[in-house]
Structures are given as C-alpha cells and as structure tokens.
Design a protein around this ligand. Structure first.
Ligand code: SF4
Length: 443
C-alpha cells in the first residue's frame, strides 16, 4: 500500500487584516489536504509567503524573505509559494528576480490553490495557474483556536485614494453573497468563536444585488446581527469604514443593536482640506466632524479611532496644525499614524513638493506625541468604569490573570482562571499601566 509522507507547511503573513484572513483561509485548505503546520521552515515541504504592498518597508522585507528562502533551496528541496499584493503587483518580475520561487499566485489565482497543493503532493509542477475573472472568496477564514476572527464581506476598492496601491493590486470592489457570509458566521459560532469582525477595504459600500438582494451595508448588519446573536456570538465589529460612505442608516442600526461594539474605526488620514483633496478622499474636515457628531449624538459613549497619514506631497506646517487641531477636537481613543512614502504606480508618487524625510519624521513625532497624550487622558478618564470584555488568553505576565479586550479594542488584564478564556464578562477598570488596564471582575 502506498503511504504518502505527511506534508508540512510553513507560512509567513505580512500586512493587513485582509491578508491575515486570507492566510487563515489558505491554512484551512492545507488542513483539508491533510497537511500539518510546522513552526520550523527547514522542516516544511512548502513555504508560503503572503505579502503586502502597502508600504515600501513591507515590500523590502518580503523581498528579503524571498531571497532567504531561495538560498535555503540550495540546501534541500521544497516548494516556495508567494501570494498577496506583491504577487499581484510584480508577478513575472518576481519569478525573474527570484527563480527560487515555484509559484506566484496573484489576487485572482488564489481559487486554484488546491490544484497547487495537488501538484506538490504528487511531485508535479503546474505550468500555469488559472486566473478567475473576479476575486473568489474562500468559504472559511477561521484562525484555529481563536475566539475572535474576521469574516470578509467585501474585496477590492473603487476609491482610488491617490496614495494607495490597493485598487491596483486587489481590483474593483466586489461584495460577498449574504448566504456565504451567514454560513461562515454559523460555522464560526459552532466552532466556539464569540466575536467577529466584518472585513473589507471599504465595508460601508457593501452592495449585494444577487440572490436575496438588494442589500446594503446597513441591511447586512441587521441580517448578521440576528444570525450572530442566535448562534451565540456576543460582539460584532467591522473595518474599514470610509467616512464618505458611512450612512445614517448604518449609524441607526448600530445604535439600535447592542451586539455591535460601541467603537468605530473611521480613517480620517488628515485634518487639512487641501491635503484631503490631494489625497482624493472625497470629504472635507467639516464633513468628517459632522459625521463624528452624528455618531456620538446617536450612540453615546462610543469610542472612535483613526488612521493618520503625515507628510503627503505639498503638506505645509499649517496643514499639520490643522491635523493637530482635529485630533484635539475629535479626541480619538487611539490612532494608527504613519508618514507618507510614495508607492510606484499611484498618482501621489509623481506629485511635486515632496516633504523631506526628516521633516516628515519630525511632524509625525509631534502628531504621535499629541495623540499619546489624548489616548492616555481617555484611558485614565475611564478608570472606575464598568465595561464588557471578551477574555482572549492568559496574561503573558501572570498565570492567574487573563487578557481581554474592550469594545474599543483596548487591552485589559485581571485575575481569572484560564477556564474563562473565550467568554464575555464585566470588569471594573482599576488603573492604567502603559496601554493596558488593570481590572477586577464584577459579577
Ligand atoms: S479607501 Fe482609499 S486608502 Fe482605503 S483601500 Fe480604498 S483606495 Fe486605499
């Protein structure tokens, strides 16, 4: 009888939550094929690098990893596969530059991943891997053992912000069928997941016109809320939201249904109208502030976080001051802050008046210092509050403490046994240590 050797894979994932969800989907395919995950790349029959193109640093890192694994192939045979945004962006160039790669699977080739595994298992090499005309969602994106996971509802983006590579590497927006979303949520709940994050580059423009439609994002939220609650899921989040597309109907739905986290991540990117326009964000500072007011007046107590991009071409000191004043006005719970780096192939890459590197870094440091102060004030102001948290794991520091997250994704540790992992509880926030709350459970 022929007994196949146990096939092992090693995976490295870079970049955004979408990439993490897609890696989880690829891992499910490995599992369906009977493959085992290994923590040692040198033991793997197949090494997969799921790459990111959003920043030059991410690409440089991935090129380094590709070179590393290509060199390891001189010592022993294994299959090297590259997926993700860089795979879509560079395709042929990648194979020429790194002949050690066996397969480069772009955005529209992932549906054929099973065929690649079949080929590797039988010692064959596929000459070409078919592309699908549009992105195909994987049936399941569950990360093994997690209580909180992503559910992709959309893919791609139609917005063409002038600095962003996403529309070029992930293609146009496509919405996932509500039936497939519902099935995935049901399966996740059965597998013990208690929190889901609906995921897309621009979830607010979800639009399903196929069977069961038409359905917009607010409609999908209502559908998902009823199914998730019935299945035992206790909290729903969604990312990313574009301010121009976050509708009043969506705000109303969140306000009415407490299963949605009292938190919204609403990327503003900049506080200056001039820069927002050059970024092609299609809203003004006043539009953004009005939206924040509408959210806060309808959903009292909600926290808001954001992304900030500093050092865009043409940015002046006055523009930076506008951003600092926006931070003071909105008081974000936290912000992901970056300085601009040109991405070849985007309109902003050829814009004049580049801000010098040192100036970008100095401006970003100022913005980060202010946000740090605001975040710390907000956290200290929350001490004494009682809030709901989802217990995710044991605390890294103490065996008799657990680690949990609030609605706003803030970190909390408190004494509780490991048997409570995966459940919601209510805690009183007692103090702040760095970016983490110390708390006690209140029953
Ligand atoms: S909304 Fe803008 S920044 Fe976000 S993915 Fe689309 S193009 Fe990129």
């Amino acid at each position: 009888m022929f007994i196949r050797e146990t096939m092992r894979y090693f995976i490295e994932t870079y970049g955004c939550q979408m990439n993490k969800a897609e890696s989880a989907a690829l891992e499910n395919q490995f599992a369906d094929h009977g493959w085992i995950k290994t923590a040692e790349a040198d033991e793997a029959n197949l090494v997969l690098i799921n790459t990111c193109s959003v920043r030059i640093t991410a690409e440089t890192r991935a090129w380094g990893r590709i070179a590393h694994y290509s060199a390891r192939k001189r010592l022993r045979p294994f299959t090297l596969v590259v997926t993700g945004c860089m795979a879509e962006r560079f395709k042929e160039k990648m194979l020429q530059k790194a002949p050690g790669i066996d397969y480069v699977l772009g955005t529209f080739q992932k549906a054929a991943f099973g065929l690649v595994l079949d080929a590797v298992e039988t010692g064959r090499h596929l000459e070409s891997v078919e592309e699908t005309p549009q992105f195909v969602f994987a049936p399941s994106h569950r990360e093994t053992g997690s209580f909180s996971t992503f559910v992709p509802i959309m893919h791609g983006c139609d917005n063409f912000c002038s600095y962003c590579i996403v529309p070029y590497v992930r293609g146009r927006e496509i919405s996932r069928s509500p039936v497939a979303i519902s099935k995935e949520i049901h399966d996740l709940a059965q597998a013990g997941v208690r929190e889901i994050t609906l995921l897309g580059q621009n979830v607010n423009s979800y639009q399903w016109t196929g069977e069961g439609g038409p359905l917009d994002f607010a409609g999908l939220l209502r559908l998902v809320a009823s199914q998730a609650l019935a299945a035992g899921i206790g909290r729903i989040r969604f990312v990313s939201s574009h301010p121009k597309d976050l509708s009043r109907a969506t705000i109303e739905t969140i306000a009415e249904l407490p299963v949605f986290a009292r938190h919204i991540h609403l990327c503003v990117q900049h506080g200056s109208d001039r820069v927002l326009s050059a970024m092609n964000r299609k809203y003004t500072r006043a539009d953004y502030l009005a939206l924040v007011d509408a959210i806060r007046s309808r959903i009292p107590g909600i926290t808001i976080s954001t992304d900030i991009l500093i050092g865009f071409p043409g940015e002046t000191e006055e523009d930076v001051e506008e951003t600092l004043s926006l931070l003071r006005e909105v008081r974000f719970a936290y912000a992901f802050m970056y300085h601009y780096n040109p991405r070849e192939g985007t309109p902003a890459a050829s814009m004049p008046d580049r801000v010098p590197e040192l100036v970008k870094k100095e401006r970003l440091a100022r913005v980060m210092a202010l946000q740090k102060e605001i975040s710390s004030d907000i956290m200290h102001g929350m001490v004494g509050n009682e809030i709901n948290v989802l217990i995710e794991s044991l605390s890294k520091r103490k065996d008799d403490e657990v680690f949990a997250r609030t609605d706003a994704d803030m970190m909390v540790v408190f004494p509780a046994p490991s048997s409570r992992i995966g459940s919601f509880t209510r805690v009183r926030l007692e103090s702040v240590q760095g970016h983490t709350f110390k708390a006690v459970e209140v029953m």
